[in-house]
Design a protein around this ligand. Sequence first.
Ligand code: SF4
Length: 193
Amino acid sequence: MAKAEADGSGIVYALERLSRLMRAAEFGNGLNPAQWEALRFLARANRFSNSPGALTRYLGATKGTISQTVKALERKKLIEKSERPGEKRSVVLRLSAAGTAMMAKDPWSALAQSCDALGGKTRRRMDRGLAEVLAQEVTRRLGPTFGSCTTCRFWRAEGRSDDALGPHLCMLFDEPLAEIETTQICIAHEQAG
Ligand code: SF4
């Protein structure tokens, strides 16, 4: 086992090296790292966040770069574009069946399995610690948090318990939220106090 550093530098070196290794692994299956990132985002984004604009903010890239990435994924038939219902000039991006199948080959899945294999206590501590560091970094850079509903100040657990599309409520969009949607990420997420 590698010797632990007395300060946080060991973690930073490990994160840097890991991300470099993962970036290199993302050149497989005819895709590049930007295309994998976009697929991963669309696999997790909720219905308020599956747009080119949200993808641009999530990746912190320019509009032009995202537009090229979206075009490439469309050409490869991994994503589908459609009009957002009731909003003629807004576009919805979704994974196609081929895109969903591609996600099973995501090189980061192997890393998720390695994290899982660390065991409950280590994994939970690592999860908490990294989430904390990430939140600090997002705040420092004034970026959107892209968290999920259960940690958002607009979420009400029983807000739409009588609604077939509920039982939860998003106070911001005034929309019911199903259980499955609470695991997705959102561009409008604001951390609950
Ligand atoms: S509750 Fe928050 S995270 Fe969930 S949909 Fe509403 S704004 Fe987004």
